[in-house]
Design a protein around this ligand. Structure first.
Ligand SMILES: Nc1ncnc2c1ncn2[C@@H]1O[C@H](COP(=O)(O)OP(=O)(O)O)[C@@H](O)[C@H]1O
Ligand SMILES: [Mg+2]
Length: 306
C-alpha cells in the first residue's frame, strides 16, 4: 500500500497478537488484491471497528469499496449473509474471498444515520429488519449456542463484580431460557445494525452494511440502536431513561416485535456486553474495565424495564 494505513487501523494491532499480525500484513495484502482484482484506489481510506475500507474503481469503471476485515470471529459469515440478501435492504456484494477476508462491495454514499434525529433513525432501521429477517442459511452460527455459553460465563462472574447482582442474575435466567427456546434460532439476523452501519444510497434511501450474521431471533436486533449514541441523550427531554424508552418503543412498534421478548433480549445483550468488558480487563491486569461503558450497559438494561 503506497499510502500509510489510517491511524485507527494501525491501532488495531494493540488488540493482541492476531490483530498485530493482520495489521503488519495488511499493506502487502492491499497491494496484492488491488492487482489481482484490477482495482484502482480512488479516495481516502475508511475504517470502523474491525475493517479497512478502501474506495476503488473496478476494471469496468464501477465505483466500489474494498473491505479488508480483521481476524475477529463475528465477521466470518459476512459475505455469505450479503450474498443471501442479494442487495435487498443491504449493500450489494460484488466479489469475495472469504479465506483472506476480503469483500468487494457496491459503493454507497458517505453518509450514515448518525446525522439523523435518533427516532427517525430508529424508524429507518426497524423498517430494514423486516427485509433482512429471512430464513437463515444452515452455515450460520445458532444464537442459542452462543447465548448458552455467554450465560454460563455471566453466571461465573464473581459476586463482587462491579455490576448490580440482581441484573446479572436476571440476565443469566433470561439467557438460559433463550438458550433452550426453539424460537431463538432460524432467522438470519444482522446483529450489529446501528446508526453507523446504515448508509445512504442511490438505489434506495438507506442500506445496511457490516453484518455480524447469526441464525437468530428478530427480537435480538434492537439493542445496538440503544447503546450507540447514548452520550447525546443526557440533554434529552425527561433524561436518558425516557429517551432510551422512546427509541425502544419506536423500534418495537415500527418492526411489529413482541415488546416483552425484545425487552428481555436487551437485558441479556447489555449484560453480555458488560461481561466481555470485564473479561477483557481482569482484576490485577494491566488495564481496567471502562466504567462509563459498564454504566451504559446497566442504564440501558434498566431503562427498558423500569
Ligand atoms: N459500501 C460502502 N460504501 C461506502 N462506504 C463504506 C461502505 N462500506 C463501508 N464503508 C465505510 O467504511 C466504514 C467501515 O466499514 P464497516 O463495514 O462498517 O466495517 P467495521 O466493521 O470496521 O465497522 C463505514 O462506517 C463506512 O464509513
Ligand atoms: Mg461498521
Amino acid at each position: 500500500m503506497t499510502s500509510r494505513l489510517p491511524d485507527a487501523v494501525a491501532a488495531f494491532a494493540q488488540r493482541g497478537p492476531g490483530w498485530d499480525t493482520w495489521v503488519r500484513r495488511l499493506p502487502r495484502l492491499v497491494d496484492d488484491v488491488l492487482g489481482e482484482w484490477r482495482l484502482r484506489p480512488d479516495g481516502a481510506p475508511r475504517s470502523g471497528s474491525t475493517a479497512l475500507v478502501l474506495p476503488v474503481t473496478t476494471d469496468d469503471g464501477e465505483s466500489a469499496v474494498l473491505k479488508l476485515v480483521g481476524p475477529g470471529w463475528e465477521e466470518e459469515h459476512e459475505p455469505l449473509a450479503l450474498q443471501h440478501w442479494g442487495g435487498r435492504g443491504t449493500v450489494q456484494l460484488l466479489r469475495a474471498d472469504p479465506r483472506r477476508r476480503l469483500l468487494l462491495l457496491e459503493r454507497l454514499h458517505d453518509l450514515d444515520l448518525r446525522d439523523q434525529w435518533d427516532l427517525e433513525a430508529c424508524e429507518v432501521v426497524a423498517g430494514l429488519y423486516g427485509r433482512l429477517h429471512r430464513s437463515a442459511p444452515p452455515q450460520l452460527r445458532p444464537l442459542s449456542g452462543a447465548v448458552a455459553r455467554w450465560s454460563d460465563r455471566l453466571a461465573a462472574l464473581p459476586r463482587d463484580a462491579p455490576l448490580p447482582r440482581r441484573l446479572v442474575e436476571q440476565a443469566v435466567a433470561l439467557g438460559r431460557g433463550f438458550a433452550t427456546d426453539p424460537a431463538t434460532d432460524g432467522v438470519m439476523v444482522h446483529s450489529d445494525l446501528h446508526y453507523e452501519n446504515v448508509l445512504a444510497a442511490e438505489r434506495e434511501p438507506w442500506l445496511a452494511i457490516d453484518p455480524k450474521p447469526l441464525s437468530g431471533d428478530p427480537h435480538y436486533e434492537p439493542a445496538p440502536m440503544l447503546w450507540n449514541r447514548v452520550e447525546e441523550l443526557d440533554a434529552a427531554p425527561g433524561g436518558v431513561r425516557d429517551a432510551l424508552r422512546r427509541r425502544f418503543h419506536t423500534l418495537v412498534d415500527v418492526a411489529g416485535l413482541d415488546e416483552q421478548r425484545a425487552r428481555d433480549w436487551v437485558v441479556v445483550r447489555m449484560l453480555h456486553n458488560a461481561l466481555w468488558e470485564l473479561e477483557d480487563h481482569p482484576p490485577g491486569g494491566a488495564t481496567t474495565p471502562d466504567r462509563a461503558w459498564l454504566t451504559t450497559c446497566v442504564t440501558v438494561a434498566k431503562a427498558v424495564q423500569d
